[in-house]
Design a protein around this ligand. Structure first.
Ligand code: ZN
Ligand code: ZN
Ligand code: ZN
Ligand code: ZN
Length: 223
């Protein structure tokens, strides 16, 4: 179908293909805007540890509540949730990167024993098996299964929901459908990663974990 063409619609009227494409594009954009606006992670109230000394930083770090997006100096990933920040310089860590466990587990990888590293071991570029992004700093790595997870991805919330609690997306180890944001099941190259999928039967939303983060960021920038 060429864009300049007209085709017959259900009612026998001539409609222009370019117009149809434009309307479909607009509908899609509306859906994305609605979804992006809706979702946010729900955070537990901050712990008691309001100020901490961190081995990677010479100044004390202060607990900040969830708020403006930031880039974590530990894992280099985007953050929205609670963080530990330095009031002397701009150093900031995800709460998950400030409070790491030496050993960790994730229910999606029951055979993996994750160990914390400040830098990915070995020489080849590693990527996070949850979000598909490169590992550029703090990481949990399992030397037996080879899986890698950013600390913030290891502790991803089981669900995200909209403000009214009408739409809930659940964390899934697979990407069962094409992601609504990138129209693809792969998030980068051949990597699928994890996704958030709708629990409502009449709603087949599915977003890569990294796409949910992008939607929240875009929504925050839009105000
Ligand atoms: Zn981090
Ligand atoms: Zn500092
Ligand atoms: Zn990740
Ligand atoms: Zn996606």
């Amino acid at each position: 179908m060429r864009l300049g063409m007209t085709v017959c619609d259900r009612n026998g009227r001539d409609v222009c293909v370019a117009g149809m494409v434009e309307r479909a594009r607009r509908r899609l954009k509306d859906t994305l805007l609605r979804c992006g606006k809706a979702f946010s992670f729900v955070y537990d109230p901050p712990g008691d540890n309001l100020i901490m000394d961190h081995p990677n930083h010479s100044h004390p770090l202060h607990l900040n509540p969830p708020g403006a997006p930031y880039k974590c100096n530990g894992c280099k990933e985007l953050g929205f949730g609670p963080s530990y920040g330095c009031e002397i310089c701009n150093y900031i860590l995800h709460e998950e990167c400030a409070n790491v466990d030496r050993l960790a587990f994730h229910r999606f990888f029951p055979k993996s024993h994750f160990e914390f590293f400040e830098k990915a071991p070995g020489y080849r570029t590693r990527y996070c098996d949850a979000c598909g992004k490169d590992v550029l700093g703090f990481v949990y790595h399992c030397s037996q299964t080879g899986f890698d997870l950013h600390p913030c991805c290891l502790k991803l919330k089981d669900s995200v929901c909209d403000k009214d609690g009408c739409v809930t997306l659940k964390l899934s180890q697979k990407v069962p459908r094409k992601c609504l944001k990138y129209k693809s099941r792969n998030v980068v190259n051949k990597v699928k990663g994890w996704s958030y999928v709708s629990c409502n039967e009449d709603n087949n939303s599915c977003y890569h974990v990294s796409c949910v983060k992008e939607l929240i960021l875009e929504n925050w920038k839009r105000g």
